[in-house]
Ligand binder design. Structure first.
Ligand code: FRU
Length: 490
């Protein structure tokens, strides 16, 4: 019984689960952090995923910990995800886990921050070196505007996490840009100073405040992202600051006049999902995609901010619609499960009832065949027999009554009249009258005698003679035996 129940539920689940929306590929996403830039990336991925119902995402965030990120990647490997998207915290430290996944046969898309070597399937990320060059360009513009004075032009760099490729390449791009300018005799007195903000606004505020305790205000600040630029602006008000990313918090800070400009750094979660789809469907894909970057100043920031807000709103709406449609799907699947369960149970119940009826019918048929029909036949036979007996009894009585006064009436005479042998006569008379033929004849004679005695003036002698008794004494004896009193008593 338990097996039947389990099978029925499994069958229903199977039938419920069979729909075109069931994802067949599971993608693991390993994010190093969870700031605004990465949330945008996540939204973009989810939006693009709406076009790919065959894929599902499972996201894990390492909150800036290399160890946690490696452990999370390893757990994705254990779960045998179909594809991995990794945005590594620090390149060197996370590379071994990326390599493990790649060697385990899981396609790996490295997003935004590169890892050393080439044991990954595809890379999509911004041009961090070019971001650095844009920073150098902005610094030089500022330097030119100040004009050549004897004191050095101090540039304070607020760097990202040192082991991450964006921090390394942005620094490199900026330094090389300034070096080139120096060679051209432009940035002769540019002095570079650096503090480490590790990507966080709070860190940046702290390190810049500390720096200002021992240094005068720098001429400009370049922060490796907008969040750190905002933190720096809170610590060093009035200093022109450039950040990186060019999305909501940074754009708002530019519009509010807190920072001067930013460099765009695209997250393009949509491209990551699109690439994943190509790889999973064994279609051609681009191995190394480097995204463009451009400077955002006050003139570009406002329209970009509005556009960014509209996109965020759209993405949030999409998210709500998606959540609602997911819950509707769940409800629908549940309803379908209940319906199928009912249909299956109803069908089983129907089969049980049907087989019960069939078994019962067979039993009744057998009973009718073996018990009732023979009984009926017996009854019919009995009726036939009793009818025959009735007719015989009637005829017997008639024949006997016709010859009551005839002394020839005896067993042979009666057998002759009824065309029966002596034995047959005895058997049949016994059957209908309960006595032998002689006793029957005597009984009929006594009944007639009684009638005569009651209805005529005949004497006992005359009646005994009339009805062929051998003597009046014998008649009296037979009469007394039959009626219980003497014939003289009336
Ligand atoms: C967010 C972030 C961005 C930066 C990028 C570099 O985590 O710090 O602000 O541009 O990562 O990977």
């Amino acid at each position: 019984m338990r097996n039947i129940i389990v099978s029925v539920v499994a069958l229903c689940l199977l039938m419920t689960g069979c729909n075109s929306r069931t994802p067949q590929y599971r993608i693991g996403v390993s994010q190093c952090l969870d700031d605004a830039w990465r949330q945008k990336m996540n939204y973009e991925m989810e939006r693009e995923l709406l076009l790919h119902p065959e894929m599902s995402l499972s996201r894990r965030i390492a909150y800036g910990s290399n160890e946690l990120q490696c452990a999370q990647i390893d757990s994705f490997i254990k779960e045998r995800v179909d594809l991995l998207i990794v945005s590594p915290n620090e390149a060197e430290q996370v590379q071994p886990a990326v390599t493990r996944a790649y060697r385990a046969g899981i396609p790996v898309i490295v997003a935004d921050r590169r890892v050393p070597g080439d044991e990954w399937t595809a890379f999509i990320g911004g041009d961090n070196y070019k971001v650095g060059r844009l920073m150098a360009h902005w610094v030089m513009e500022k330097w030119k505007k100040r004009g050549t004075v004897s004191k050095p032009f101090v540039v304070l760099e607020v760097a990202g996490l040192p082991g991450s490729t964006p921090a390394t390449l942005r620094h490199k791009g900026m330094m090389e840009g300034i070096e080139e300018a120096k060679e051209e005799g432009l940035a002769a007195k540019v002095e570079m100073q650096s503090v480490m903000g590790s990507w966080y606004k709070e860190n940046a505020y702290e390190v810049v405040s500390e720096y200002l305790e021992t240094h005068p205000l720098p001429d400009v600040i370049v922060a490796h992202n907008d969040l750190m630029a905002i933190g720096a602006a809170e610590a060093a008000g009035g200093v022109p600051i450039m950040g990186v990313d060019g999305i909501h918090p940074g754009l708002q800070a530019i519009v509010d006049g807190k920072i001067e400009c930013s460099a765009t750094y695209s997250s393009r979660g949509d491209m990551l999902i699109d690439a994943a789809a190509h790889i999973l469907h064994k279609e051609p894909y681009v191995h190394d995609t480097v995204l463009e970057t451009t400077l955002v100043d006050i003139t570009a920031a406002y329209p970009m901010l509005k556009q960014d807000e509209a996109i965020t709103r759209d993405l949030e709406t999409l998210h709500i619609v998606q959540t609602q449609s997911e819950s509707k799907w769940k409800q629908l699947r549940f309803d379908r499960f209940i319906l199928i369960l009912f249909v299956v149970l109803f069908f089983i119940l129907f089969l049980i009832t049907l087989s019960y009826i069939i078994v019962k019918q067979r039993k009744i048929q057998t009973k009718i065949k073996h018990d009732i029909i023979p009984q009926l036949e017996n009854m019919q036979e009995a009726i036939q027999l009793s009818k025959k007996d009735e007719a015989f009894a009637e005829r017997l009585r008639q024949v006997v009554d016709d010859y009551l006064t005839d002394p020839a009436l005896n067993v042979e005479f009666l057998g002759g009249k009824l065309q029966l042998s002596r034995t047959q006569l005895f058997r049949r008379v016994k059957a209908v009258a309960g006595k032998g033929p002689l006793d029957y004849i005597r009984e009929r004679r006594l009944i007639r005698a009684d009638e005569l005695l009651r209805t005529t003036d005949m004497t006992i002698q005359q009646v005994a003679l009339e009805l062929c008794f051998s003597s009046p004494g014998y008649f009296t004896k037979c009469y007394k035996e039959y009626f219980g009193h003497l014939p003289s008593v009336r």
